[in-house]
Design a protein around this ligand. Structure first.
Ligand code: FE2
Length: 424
């Protein structure tokens, strides 16, 4: 057999040693210590890490790359971000959103992201973001899986037309039901919004992903309602709670009851470490609370945890570069996940855990699966996070869709030039 593509001498994420990976007709057809046979293209990875694609389970593509329009977020809070987004929405056209989203998708693919779950604001009677991102989903489908969440940003009860518009968005083909209970007017309205939106998802056979308890309020307890409704409606495994930052501030006794309920309901957990370490604790003096939910405890209770990037250069977050290794790096630090096992798990949280959360089928580097992977300039998962490793190759369906030269430094010393890179 003549292979289409052979990557020789790769390290794999969960196996010891070096392997060759051969691809044909868009699939991985062989993985072995040494594969004999010709290939149309052969690349020597020299021991670098071949990973399945990064997966971003939480993003806002309708707002991305809009930083500074019409103004900057001065306070740095979530609430000013929401109000700023409200100013931007009427100013932007469908074409503006498409153009920025396409630009972001190019960057994301080059950074090795293979799938993104993006929330899209449905509190707009024209549904401009929905129209734009449905078009983007179609445009990028050959090289990036884009899953869309109908997200009533201003509250499904607080905004008078949000419910109708959210249903319209789902009718138009949006994939997942979203919500924002902590932004409704009262705690009881928030709980009612969770009931209603979960019922809509159950009726339509859809997954749920709620922005839930994204606050420092220890009494914000919508995740309890989300877990309860998940169980009541038989949605186990299909529901995600995004952010869950209030859990950081909750009473420990209450959490000791809450986490088992979440585990029983098989709620997926999506912390967004870059943005929440920036947004949370803004009302604190010192000590300031960390903006991250109880990642270790949720993981140890058996819940699936995947880290999201949330925002890149928008009303909420002015940095970011579509780098899921930046996300893992921040989560690791904020969560003090510093053992070798924990650090390796942080890599899983931006790859296979997130693939599971968004329901991505045929994911992973295994014989018979689609030849989708990224070659990183690092030897293992921990080094990849440490270096936020350079992406040497991105392969989708057996085709190289992004390629870049290895990072190398040349030091000019008196005794002569030295070439080196950062790999151990
Ligand atoms: Fe978000």
């Amino acid at each position: 057999m003549i292979f289409d593509l052979m990557i020789k001498n790769v390290s794999l994420t969960d196996d010891i040693g070096e392997f060759d990976v051969a691809c044909k007709d868009g699939k991985i057809v062989e993985i072995a210590k040494s594969i004999l046979g010709d290939s149309k293209e052969t690349i020597d990875a020299e021991g670098c890490l071949l990973s399945p694609p990064f997966i971003d389970p939480h993003f806002h593509m309708d707002a991305t790359l809009s930083l500074g329009t019409p103004r900057l977020n001065v306070s740095g809070t979530l609430l000013e971000g929401i109000s700023l987004w409200g100013e931007l929405k009427p100013l932007q056209s469908i074409d503006d959103i498409i153009s920025r989203a396409m630009q972001y998708c190019d960057l994301a693919v080059a950074k090795g992201i293979g799938a993104i779950r993006s929330h899209v604001d449905t509190c707009d009677d024209e549904l401009k973001g929905v129209q734009a991102l449905l078009e983007v989903r179609e445009k990028v489908k050959g090289y990036l899986d884009l899953q869309l969440v109908a997200f009533p940003q201003d509250g499904v009860f607080r905004d008078p037309t949000a419910l109708e518009n959210t249903k319209r968005a789902l009718d138009m083909g949006i994939d997942v039901v979203g919500g924002i209970p902590h932004f409704e007017r009262t705690m009881s309205e928030g709980a009612r919004s969770v009931n209603l939106l979960c019922e809509i998802a159950a009726e339509r056979g859809l997954m749920v992903d709620m922005h839930c308890d994204e606050s420092d309020d220890p009494m914000s307890r919508h995740v309890e309602t989300l877990a309860f409704e998940t169980k009541r409606l038989g949605l186990e495994g299909r529901v995600s709670g995004s952010h869950l930052t209030s859990m950081h501030s909750m009473d420990n006794y209450y959490v000791s009851k809450l986490i088992p309920l979440m585990a029983e309901s098989q709620i997926n957990v999506i912390p967004n470490p870059l943005i929440n370490i920036m947004l949370q604790g803004r009302h604190d003096t010192y000590p300031k609370r960390r903006g991250q939910t109880r990642v270790r405890e949720l993981r140890d209770a058996g819940l699936t945890v995947g880290f999201g990037s949330d925002c890149v250069m928008d009303p909420w977050y002015s940095l970011g570069k579509a780098d899921m290794l930046d996300v893992a790096f921040m989560a690791l630090h904020v969560g003090q996940l510093s053992s070798r096992e924990d650090m390796g798990w942080c890599f899983d949280a931006v790859t296979k855990n997130s693939a599971k959360i968004i329901g991505l089928e045929e994911y992973g580097i295994e014989k018979g699966k689609p030849a989708n992977f990224v070659l990183l300039q690092a030897k293992d998962k921990i080094e990849a996070i440490r270096l936020r490793a350079h992406r040497l190759l991105v392969v989708r369906g057996g085709l190289i869709i992004s390629r870049s030269d290895p990072v190398k430094y040349t030091l000019h010393k008196p005794e002569g030039d030295i070439d080196f890179n950062e790999i151990n």
